[in-house]
Every structure is written in C-alpha cells, then in structure tokens.
Design a protein around this ligand. Sequence first.
Ligand code: NAD
Length: 335
Amino acid sequence: MVKAKIAVNGYGTIGKRVADAVRAQEDMEVIGISKTKPNYEAAVANQLGYDIYAPAENIEAFEKAGIPLAGTIQEMIGKADLVVDGTPGGIGGKNKPLYEKAGVKAIWQGGESHQLAGFSFNAVSNYDKALGRDFVRVVSCNTTGLCRVISPIDKELGINKVRITIARRAVDPNDIKKGPVNAIVLHPVTLPSHHGPDVKSVLPNINITSAALIVPTTLMHLHTVNMEVNTDCTAEDIKKIFGSQSRIRFVGQGITSTAEIIEVARDIGRPRNDMWENCIWPESITVNEKELYFFQAIHQESIVVPENVDAIRAMMELESEGAKSIEKTNKAIGL
Ligand code: NAD
C-alpha cells in the first residue's frame, strides 16, 4: 500500500503525539518533523528515528549540537502530501503561504481561527464533509470534548440548548514559563467564553454558550455540562448513547478527580499518560424534565490526537466512512 506522506511542522505537545499516532497507522507515514532549536525534544525525536528539519538559519546550531538534520522546513514541506501544523496558536496561520506555494494539504490546530482553514473538524460530527479538502482545522481540546458528546445526543434526542462551565487547566505539565497561578481566573470576565461559539464552527445549529475559569492545575480540564434535549429520556438512555461512543470512557470506582484519571492512564500503560477519550462520570449523569447534567474531564494534551489522524484520512480520501476511520485510528493507537 502506498502510504500518505505526512510532515509534522511544530513538534511540541500536540505535534509529537500526532507524529507517534500517524506512525502507528498502516495507511500513512511520517516523512519528517520540524524543530526550530536543537533542544532536548529534538534530541529525543532523533532518538525515536524521526527525520528532523529546521529553519535554514538554524542549521549550523543543529550541526554544533550534533543533532543530524534531513534538511530545511521548506524541503520537508516539499516532500509531503499533507502537513500537520502543530506550531503555537497564531503562528500556524503564517505558514499558510508556504503550504499553498508547495501545493500541500494542511491541518491546523484549535489555536488558529476557523477562517484560516474555512472548515473545522471533529470526527464524529463532520468527517464526511472533510473528504478531499485541502485545508482543515482540528478544533481545540475543549471543543473536541464538547462535540463528541453533543453530536450523538443531538442525533438521538435532538438538542434545544447547551450550557457549559469549564474549569481549565492553567498550563500543560511541561510548561516552566507560565506555571499555574494561585488563583481562580475568570477567562474571560465577559460571557460567553470562546468555547461555546467555537462548537458552532463544527455544529452550527447548536444553541450553546459557555463560561470558563482557569484553575491552578496542569492535568486536565473539567466540564460541567447542562443540555436541554427535545425528547423525554432517562439517565440510562444517556448512558447507553455515551456507551456506544468509542471515544467516551466512563470513570467511576471511586474516582472523584482528574489526578486519579491520569493515574488510570499511567496504570494502563498509555504513552505519556495520554487519555484520548472524554472521561465521563456515569454517576453524575442526571436527567430532570428533559434537562441533562453531567461532569466530564478532558485531557488537553492528547484528546485531539486521534482527531488529527481521522482528519488526515478524510482529506487524503484514504477512507470514505468516518466510523471506519475512527475504528482504524483507535485500533492502531490502542484505544
Ligand atoms: P507547543 O508550544 O507545545 O508546541 C509548539 C511547537 O512548535 C514547539 O515545539 C515550538 O518550538 C514549535 N514552533 C514554534 N514556531 C515554529 C515555527 N515557526 N515553525 C516550526 N515550529 C515552530 O504548543 P501546543 O500546545 O502543541 O499547541 C499547538 C497547537 O495545538 C496550538 O494551536 C494550540 O492551541 C493547539 N492545542 C493545544 C492543546 C494543549 O493543551 N496543549 C490542546 C489542543 C490544541
């Protein structure tokens, strides 16, 4: 089988995980990753056997550090069928002319605007609409987590409105610059937060608003979800709908925190303690007169990783059915 050639431009929290997930698939391969500086992550990427590409002006620095390079970032882009841009929010957009010039497809992450790609992706919500597209944005961790629960409930019961409160992790665990602050920060003070409106970039017909607070933790986000549905239902009906979704995991057996969920990820041997699924507490699922409440935790570092793989498969037309792509992705990464 000829494999789709994937380059990962921006090898940080998301980029390194996407590279490993792409590598695990049968129908795509990583032809290179980019690093701007010859730091420890570049050394590890080299150890993992990735071909590393760097900006032309930094080649000497890599030579001095003894980290072998395969070429410049432009050269990497020239060899790829599709680039997954994992650069920090706001930087990825500046790379668009590079991708257009090289005639390669590109995926951006949730830190970029919907307008940049013109299409925002979530595998269970709109896989079929991504087929053959040149540019796609995989929505952020919080938006992905919301789309994964809203889509199946809307399909089965119809949704009148959704209201969300998000406790956001302050920074990722590897961040030594910003660190968690000793406070609860309104993010932002004005409502809604950007998350609810961002869900509409994938599911335009959903009536949704959100509020978000930054809390001093690095592990996961936590959502309090409130939905008003159009059809009479019970908590058991909701559990059945969520239970049918491969990227939703029920957490229980005494787990009352995000720390314990990450411990589960460690115990089951997940790479980098990643929890790719939405983690929902089934005991929290409560229905009262068509109003549904529950808690879910979202692992910000990894939840978008399988979605990137599915977006590649749709854009490269390697699989026409979303459900089959999801199955292939899950199986290959061990989800
Ligand atoms: P990160 O800072 O961990 O990684 C970004 C990487 O890109 C770094 O290695 C950096 O050196 C590199 N980089 C910077 N400028 C570059 C350039 N011009 N060319 C090539 N590489 C460059 O960032 P991240 O957390 O992985 O976020 C990447 C994107 O994913 C953002 O859009 C972000 O909003 C989104 N996202 C992040 C998370 C999260 O929680 N970390 C979750 C979902 C989506």
